[in-house]
Design a protein. Sequence first.
Length: 489
Amino acid sequence: MNTLSYNDLEKLVKSYAPFDIPKLRRAFDYAKKHHEEQKRASGEPYIIHPLNVAYILASMHADIDTLCAALLHDVVEDTESTLEEIEQKFNKNVRDLVDGVTKMTKLDFNNKKELSAINIRRLIVSLARDPRIIIIKLVDRLHNMRTLEYKSLEKQKSKALETLEIYVPLAYYIGACQIKDELENIAFKYLKPSLYGDINKKREDLKKETKDILEETKKQVEGIFKKNSLKAKLEIRYKDNYSIYKKIITNNKFETIHDLMTIKVLVKNVKDCYTALMLIHENFTPINYRFKDYIAKPKTNMYKSIHTTVFGYDNHLLQFQIRTYDMERVAVFGLTSYWFKYKNNAQNLMKKDLEDNFQFFKSIKEIDSTILDNIEFVSRVKRELFSSNIYVYTMSGEVVELPNGATIIDFAYKIHTDIGNSMVAAIVNDEAVSLDHVLENQDRVRIITDEEAYVPKEEWLNKAITTNARNKIMEFIRENENTEVDKPN
Ligand code: MN
């Protein structure tokens, strides 16, 4: 049973936003009064749910409007309360957040699938309005997943599946990895209980077997760092069950997974990261092809770190993840890490960061503006963004994120419309390929353009899988319908 109380929340918020306590109290009282008669499936008073959601968000140093919205997030859907009243008692900001997290239910939809698609679409496109809406929804889902045991078996399975299909990719894209990891591990437990049990047992056995030698290694590395006057904090971590499962279903044996055991090394600046790396490689034999520098080249969700796998004791492979404390915050919290640094302006910085740096955000906006039908929208997003991705490089080393199965045509249009429109040939890893060539992870791609040949072919439509490329091709064809257009050969 959850024993969290309002006082716990207040204490936590006091530690970083003491002046906001009166408003927090008001939101709590309002929510408590409106949920008074309701109970959760666990038998607890309903208020325990919004209270937990607010508490998790407070541990991420969320601003006061977000915390109010978290406390109030279910009142409009489940009680007599209205958005107008929330605006009047709190402010427009809180109202908009509550509005964003409230599902459409009142509309008279006969079609359940359509209604569910509308709600998923609302959730996904809310990113463009205010990223905090998605963050509240993710935490709402997280608490519901933590308490899923009280629901029927059928509900457990359907919630777990929806979590894996929609919420986990969203959490990944905004870099909220702590939430993502917990969500996918709970979902995995409910969807494949026996497989989960098997993997969990192997993991526990490995932990028992390696606990001492890992502690020993950690001490040794701490000694090496100390001798070289490098200040660092080291943490031991075992790969989680769902990540192990993902490796196993792609034909890896448990024993050969290279990052089952990790020692995380936290240091204060980038220079210290490379010093730590040098010292580790001096003392342990690295596996060269397992070295990754995400500091020089961050992941598309802004994750930064150095990864290197070495031979540890007893031939056990051991991974080191080296990063600064700032990078660690982004690794754990992603976009939400703005809350720690910038109290009042965080949501605007989140939005700007999304627009400037997150490739998936552009794709979502593109699909949203192209596809009217809600069910089609959801299936497109699932196919193009929420299933597995590949990451390829331009010749200048930019990382381009594309869905699995994407071709040269998709790549070219993702770089720039003009490049797509004037493309005549392509080279992948130094070899000439056809334009419908399907790209693979880590490919290096060069597009050859010719302005004289400024004509995309209609047949390309069948060779592109992204909404972006198909839109641009159709746009070109439409615009040139009245002028002279090359017939497809
Ligand atoms: Mn809720």
